[in-house]
Design a protein around this ligand. Structure first.
Ligand code: PLP
Length: 387
């Protein structure tokens, strides 16, 4: 009762509403344990159908040749992607008689905390490429200074958490091609598409960021963000089965059958996977396209309204994923800042966070709006009036 109102929660990327059919389906499948694949073979088949559809949506050369799994959100999906990178690198280094002591992962300083966790938990050196005013996202600039023979991979983010901007995956891949030509280092890419992998295919179909690029070995997304499901589901897909090292996959027999599993947990809810399938079937490609387009229209309406206010300067406008951030115009006032504005908006029920940017822009405070299904034009107009 004392929590914030989920619909006015413009801080989160995660779904807070599904239709009444989904609610009923959810209640009917509370008891499904995703690991019990032998006992619940239809749920297992639904899971497979979902990642096959994603492999196809993300242009895997052949969905049948790809491999994927559901996860507990993007965090686990990213960790599995990172673990596959690490093991592939170790196997190649061992085969060449080289040391495997010092693996590193290269990524923007604006990565989500799950990548910091991955590096910390699995003893991988995190190499952060700082963002700056000139290079607002990881774009390949000076990448050659960060990668070496111990680099297990590079992470590209499709929809940076801090701002919603896309990193130019194709440009980063081209830079890695150039590095390979000069040094022989063949460094793979993982696309962290927590938000963007469920936006770009629908409203920016010409943007090349996915398995159309051979260097992209794996892609992860959150089913519970722009996939539209309640909290608890993510997905990771490998372009080709060979990029998921076999020695990471466990085969267990004590549930009946012989079930392969690559996951950090054992038991976890199957209900959200069923909900994902429900949405894929109910909305279809065209339904998702309409929802995401509507989100983008609302984001552009809001960002253009905020850009017109003399106090603010946009950092980006929500034309990548429907998320944008702005700053207080330098020198505008000393009487208040974005934390005060966030606090004021909270009094009206709106949850709109303000926070510092990551390295090298930690002196800069921004405020961010995440537009999700349910933030209608009418509500957005109310929010603008309140701001
Ligand atoms: C780019 C990015 N990666 C990973 C995550 C972690 O996602 P999840 O909350 O699904 O674990 C987020 C969450 O905001 C994100 O924005």
């Amino acid at each position: 009762m004392l929590d914030g109102n989920a619909r006015l929660n413009l801080a989160t990327f995660v779904g807070t509403w599904m239709d009444e059919h989904a609610d009923r389906l959810y209640a009917e499948s509370f008891d499904k344990n995703m690991i019990d694949k032998d006992e619940y073979p239809r749920t297992a088949a639904i899971e497979t159908n979902c990642w096959l559809m994603l492999a196809d949506l993300w242009h895997a050369p052949s969905a049948d040749g790809a491999i994927g799994t559901s996860t507990t959100g993007s965090s686990e999906a990213c960790m599995l992607g990172g673990l596959a990178f690490k093991r592939n690198w170790q196997n190649a280094r061992r085969a060449a008689g080289k040391s495997t002591d010092k693996p590193n992962l290269v990524m923007s300083s604006a990565v989500q905390v799950c990548w910091e966790k991955f590096c910390n938990y699995w003893d991988v050196e995190a190499r952060y490429v700082p963002i700056t005013d000139e290079h607002k996202v990881l774009d390949g600039y000076e990448l050659e200074k960060y990668v070496d023979e111990n680099t297990i991979g590079v992470v590209a983010i499709l929809g940076v958490t801090y701002t919603g901007m896309y990193e130019p995956v194709q440009q980063i891949a081209a830079k890695l091609d150039e590095i390979q030509e000069k040094t022989g280092l063949d460094i793979p890419l993982h696309v962290d598409g927590a938000s963007g992998a469920m936006i770009a295919p629908f409203i920016q179909p010409d943007l090349v960021w996915d398995f159309r690029l051979e260097r992209v070995h794996s892609i992860s997304t959150s089913g519970h963000k722009y996939g539209g499901v309640y909290p608890g589901v993510g997905w990771v897909v490998w372009r080709e089965e060979k990029w998921l090292p076999e020695d990471l996959v466990f085969k267990v027999s004590y549930l009946g059958g012989e079930m392969p599993t690559f996951a950090l947990n054992f038991s976890r809810p199957g209900a959200q996977i069923i909900l994902q399938y429900y949405l894929f079937l109910r909305d279809g490609f065209e339904g998702y396209r309409e929802i995401q387009q509507n989100n983008q229209d609302v984001a552009l309406f809001l960002s253009s309204g905020i850009a017109k206010l003399p106090a603010f300067e946009l950092w980006n406008d929500g034309s990548d994923i429907p998320v944008f951030a702005w700053q207080l115009k330098p020198g505008h006032t000393k009487n208040w800042n974005l934390y005060h504005l966030s606090d004021r908006l909270r009094m009206k029920g709106w949850l709109v966070p303000a926070y510092p940017m990551p390295d090298n822009l930690t002196d800069l405070t921004v405020q961010r709006i995440v537009v999700r299904n349910g933030l209608s034009m009418d509500l957005a107009a109310e929010l603008l009036a309140d701001i």
